[in-house]
Design a protein around this ligand. Structure first.
Ligand code: SF4
Length: 391
């Protein structure tokens, strides 16, 4: 029997139906039944089902049994691969997901009230978008780099690179944190990547946001441009976590899909992850690897390399975004993701680190279940508001 087959047999013994469903939904997405659509119209009004602002956040956020979070692609935003899925979101007093012999009760994450609204500086979602319990601030329009799996350089038809007004970013973040329906509990400042000439501006932006929200955990996710991160200063300012994403470990695939990041060199990234762990503390430097665009053995080698440097590996399944040149590719299969999750879990255990993220709602689009060493899912913040629970 092939080793991979043995693994799948083992995995089905200890993963619950809801956990297995997460991999299946990330692979094939789901259709929303008529009954569920009617229930969503009643419970969610006319608001959009998803912010669909980024490749990996294009679906609907569900909380399944066993506290499993998943961002499930739907055909409306991913017609490129969600068409013949056997998985269905149904409603019968409460939401449920079923298909291929699996089923789970579910609740639905409604978007914050501010999504889709505007202030005098323009649409708020040009500055901030909430997913689960975290608001993502985007200070740069477009990106100075082009990674072909990422929608950011392709969303804007003119690809106009620009810096956004700092005051508007801070105001937008305040709105997200104070949303009456779905207040964000923590924040992430992320891409696009600034041009080298704009590094001082970005440093100032980081300091301004960290200073403006001293009681809110703020993370950064950014390419480690030379000179951008003053780690001791960021630690002093109260930075919570820093995410330095390798994305791809296989060098040929990295060169094909993310030329500028490839040119920076793998060792540069790994050295930086190690430095960030030293400066910020164990567990506060993480790095994302994209699952499905390179052989599994390469991704697992990346998990090992990150863990060896004290970083927290995060597995993010590739989701082909309609705006990108990779729109005709498929996500990795559920079996592939499950094997990646299980083998990566074994590797991180060797090094005494975890598969991130450790925030349960933020695991909606990652291959983990945000469970601690005791297997329990723990929340550092108030849980998001969910709708459609059964009686
Ligand atoms: S550097 Fe980051 S934001 Fe820019 S294209 Fe690559 S993944 Fe997207």
């Amino acid at each position: 029997m092939p080793i991979s087959t043995q693994r799948l047999m083992v995995s089905t013994l200890h993963l619950t139906q809801a956990q297995l469903l997460k991999f299946e939904l990330l692979d094939q997405g789901l259709v929303i039944s008529r009954a569920a659509l009617d229930a969503l119209r009643e419970l969610n009004g006319e608001r959009s089902l998803s912010p669909h602002d980024y490749a990996s956040t294009s679906g609907i956020i569900l909380n399944l049994e066993d506290d499993v979070w998943v961002n499930a692609p739907i055909e409306r935003y991913n017609p490129n691969f969600v068409s013949a899925t056997p998985f269905v979101l149904g409603f019968d007093e409460g939401f449920f997901v079923e298909g291929a012999g699996l089923s789970s009760r579910a609740t639905f994450w409604p978007q914050p009230e501010y999504h889709g609204s505007a202030m005098d500086f323009g649409p708020l979602n040009n500055y901030v978008v909430t997913h689960g319990d975290r608001a993502r601030l985007s200070p740069v329009r477009s990106c100075s780099m082009t990674c072909t799996f990422c929608n950011i350089p392709y969303d804007d038809p003119l690809s106009v690179y620009a810096l956004k007004p700092v005051a508007a970013l801070v105001s937008a973040a305040r709105v997200a944190l104070g949303d009456p329906l779905q207040p964000a509990r923590h924040m992430l400042i992320s891409g696009g990547t600034p041009k080298p000439k704009d590094i001082p501006w970005m440093q100032e932006l980081y300091a301004t946001v960290l200073g403006a929200f001293p009681t809110t955990k703020v993370d950064l996710m950014m390419v480690p441009l030379p000179g951008l991160f003053d780690l001791p200063k960021l630690a002093d300012l109260g930075l919570h976590e820093l995410s330095i994403n390798l994305e791809l470990y296989n060098r040929d695939r990295a060169r094909d899909y993310m030329r500028q990041k490839y040119n920076q060199g793998l060792d540069f990234y790994l050295d930086f992850i190690e430095s960030a762990t030293v400066a910020l503390g164990q567990g506060r430097a993480r790095s994302m690897l994209m699952v499905g665009l390179e052989p599994l053995e390469d991704t697992l080698a990346g998990v090992r390399a990150i863990a060896q440097r004290g970083g927290t590996p995060v597995l993010s399944p590739f989701r082909p975004d309609m705006a990108t040149p990779l729109r005709d590719l498929k996500p990795p299969t559920a079996d592939f993701m499950r094997e990646a999750y299980e083998r990566a879990s074994d590797i991180v255990a060797e090094f005494g680190v975890i598969l991130g993220p450790d925030c349960p709602p933020c695991s909606h689009n990652t291959l983990n279940f945000a469970a601690g060493a005791d297997g329990r899912v723990a929340y550092a913040h108030d849980r998001p508001v969910m709708i459609g629970a059964g009686a």
